[in-house]
Design a protein around this ligand. Structure first.
Ligand SMILES: Cc1cc2nc3c(=O)[nH]c(=O)nc-3n(C[C@H](O)[C@H](O)[C@H](O)COP(=O)(O)OP(=O)(O)OC[C@H]3O[C@@H](n4cnc5c(N)ncnc54)[C@H](O)[C@@H]3O)c2cc1C
Length: 385
């Protein structure tokens, strides 16, 4: 591939680290729905999970494109950043909106891995994508908040020390705009477990360690509030461009992995006395997937460049997420077809990665909602909801 990639040193080092965690490692975890603790520890110790934390708080203070290069490489080498990527973007909420005391206390510990900030509690069973309709409440009582409600699909909750939680602090009928009255909290999950916090794992299509989370009169100190009470929805929105761009980078990595595997297999698999890759019926879908990946990558790079220059990039971040997840899904489909029956055999990892990359059409935001954003906010079409 002729394309000049950014952060080539980081990519080379992350590739070396990932080589210690080959397909067999991910396959065995997938079978038991296990968490890749050793991988996450290795990434943390090498400093890759703290690249976005400023140097004064113990990180390396690099830009978003460095984080994107790390996640892309993990996926390009057959791994999955879903086990730990949330730390990169949820940490931004604490960094941008947390008090100095919160930053001084939490960020250095997150940087060293002493505290894992992997859980992000936004989605609820009844409100779905309509985030402002969420029902979890946090009611102020003296020096505490009392939290009641439920989250769903909270990934990595069992493997995290902290959770960034979005809850309603002012009832919806008492605010002028539905986006007001929501607040963000940084919760110490370890001490809350058994004291109003209960987790229930959700067995799902792929190994993502997601949970249902129940809050039953969970009492948390008032100083766990991040930023101002009532402005939490804005804070969450604030971090979404980074989240979209990082997920898009993972999708580009997946697409590259599928294309690499399919190309290799098409060259070596001989049927009817010649490599299957000699048939244009096999070549063209691979070439097509490659073109789609390259086009999506340009959008990801554009989004990252705008983000790092501090320019508005909602349009580009959303398009990058959509086009990259479309490219990875198209590549996944192509790779299964190229591998024929072996595409379904676990030991080839194709079926695992196929299941894993399917997620990104739906989470963290579904394709329809991106199209809706583009239609209404970029093209000025009438609002549909
Ligand atoms: C494995 C996994 C991990 C996740 N991890 C987390 C996590 O860590 N933290 C967290 O907070 N959430 C997490 N989520 C939740 C995820 O963000 C949501 O599933 C996603 O945003 C979609 O919301 P929903 O499932 O409620 O779908 P719904 O909102 O119920 O939507 C269902 C379908 O209807 C479509 N739809 C809805 N409204 C419209 C409309 N107006 N126009 C057109 N189409 C529409 C949607 O696009 C979607 O296809 C995770 C989900 C999964 C599956």
């Amino acid at each position: 591939m002729t394309h000049q990639e950014s952060h080539s040193e980081i990519r080379a080092e992350v590739t070396k680290l990932c080589a210690k965690f080959p397909g067999a490692y991910w396959r065995q975890l997938d079978a038991v729905r296990g968490y890749p603790t050793e991988f996450v520890v290795a990434l943390t110790e090498a400093g890759y999970l703290s690249v976005l934390i400023p140097e004064e708080y113990g990180g390396s203070g690099l830009g978003l494109s460095a984080a994107a290069a790390i996640l892309e490489t993990i996926h390009e080498t057959g791994g999955n950043g879903g086990a730990c990527h949330a730390q990169m973007y949820t940490m931004g909420t604490v960094l941008r909106h947390g008090s100095e005391a919160q930053k001084q206390y939490y960020l250095p510990k997150i940087a060293t891995g002493e505290l894992r900030l992997q859980a992000f509690g936004v989605t609820e069973p009844t409100s779905g994508t309509d985030t402002t309709a969420l029902r979890t409440t946090a009611r102020r009582e003296g020096d505490e908040y009392v939290v009641n409600g439920q989250k769903v699909w909270t990934s990595r909750a069992e493997h995290s020390d902290l959770m960034l939680l979005l809850a309603r602090t002012t009832p919806r009928d008492q605010v002028t705009k539905k986006t007001e009255g929501l607040s963000t909290f940084l919760i110490d999950m370890q001490s809350a477990k058994g004291h109003g916090l209960t987790l229930r794992p959700i067995r799902s299509m792929m190994n993502h360690n997601s949970c249902e989370v129940f809050f039953d009169n969970m009492r948390i100190p008032a100083d766990t509030l991040v930023g101002e009470e009532g402005r939490g929805f804005r804070y969450i929105l604030d971090g979404m461009n980074a989240e979209r761009l990082l997920i898009a980078a993972e999708c580009i990595g997946d697409a590259k992995w599928f294309i690499g595997k399919a190309t290799e297999y098409a060259k070596s698999r001989v049927v009817f006395g010649r490599p299957i890759g000699q048939n244009q019926g096999i070549q063209f879908p691979i070439a097509n997937a490659y073109a789609k990946m390259c086009a999506a990558r340009l959008m990801v790079q554009d989004g990252l460049a705008r983000f790092e220059r501090g320019e508005p990039c909602g349009e580009q971040a959303n398009m990058a997420k959509m086009l990259a997840s479309d490219a990875s899904w198209a590549a996944a489909e192509m790779a299964v077809q190229t591998h024929g029956g072996f595409g379904f055999a676990e030991e080839y990892d194709i079926e695992r990665k196929f299941r894993e990359t399917r997620l990104y059409q739906v989470a963290p935001i579904s394709t329809n909602l991106i199209l809706s954003y583009l239609a209404e906010h970029v093209l000025g079409l009438p609002r549909s909801y």
